[in-house]
Design a protein around this ligand. Structure first.
Ligand code: URA
Length: 211
């Protein structure tokens, strides 16, 4: 490592500290009044595959861990089915604090939290970003200049979009949000099919720290 270059962990801690003290966020008071925790992200800082969801739910806000509630159980099962250990990927959200009643994130909330996500992407430098749900898909596709190719998630899911970034080539794969399965079990099949594509990438682009 070059002298004076901060470690990935140090950079992630800086993000955490800034989010913890983000008094300007419209969700800050809701967090502190309820004794919730911000949810920064979890997993390997050297992951090749990065998952990006929408925002923390109640369980996540109580524990500070992403995808640890009902949607998280579905995500865990989908990962297990395609032999991807959760500890080898990185999972985060666009919004780092729980919105009241788990409502959709507001544009002002995306605006305040997205720069933290951008920094997390720059730290991890993933080969693949799998977005979970429409909000993450739209944010990530717009961020990487794919605005013109944005479609409804019902047709975009499972497609692969290649882009060039400052850290090399990146593939973006939009996925349904795992929570859809809670409301409609028939969606599990589509998610399973799409996760098989991730299995291929996980095998083909092993975790960057592996020899
Ligand atoms: N849904 C999300 O989008 N993110 C979580 O962390 C949990 C549920």
């Amino acid at each position: 490592m070059a002298k004076n270059k901060k470690s990935k962990t140090a950079l992630m801690r800086e993000i955490r500290d800034e989010v913890v003290n983000l008094t300007s966020s419209p969700l800050y008071e809701f967090r502190t009044e309820n004794g919730y925790l911000p949810v920064l992200g979890e997993g390997s800082h050297d992951a090749s595959i990065m998952f990006i969801g929408e925002g923390p739910g109640l369980n996540e806000a109580k524990t500070g861990r992403p995808f640890c509630g009902a949607a998280g159980k579905i995500l865990d099962q989908l990962l297990e089915d395609v032999h991807i250990p959760r500890c080898e990927i990185y999972i985060t959200n666009i919004i780092k604090d729980r919105p009241p009643q788990n409502r959709d994130p507001l544009p002002a909330e995306i605006e305040i939290y997205a720069p933290f996500l951008d920094r997390q992407i720059e730290i991890i430098e993933p080969k693949v970003i799998a977005t979970l749900g429409r909000y993450a898909m739209v944010y990530v596709m717009e961020k990487f200049g794919l605005d013109a190719q944005i479609e409804p998630i019902s047709t975009a899911h499972g497609k692969e979009y290649g882009v060039q970034t400052l850290f090399g080539s990146l593939i973006i794969i939009p996925l349904y949000h795992p929570a859809v399965v809670i409301y409609n079990n028939k969606m599990l099949g589509a998610l399973r099919e799409d996760f098989k594509k991730l299995e291929t990438y996980h095998k083909g682009v092993p975790n960057k720290t592996k020899p």
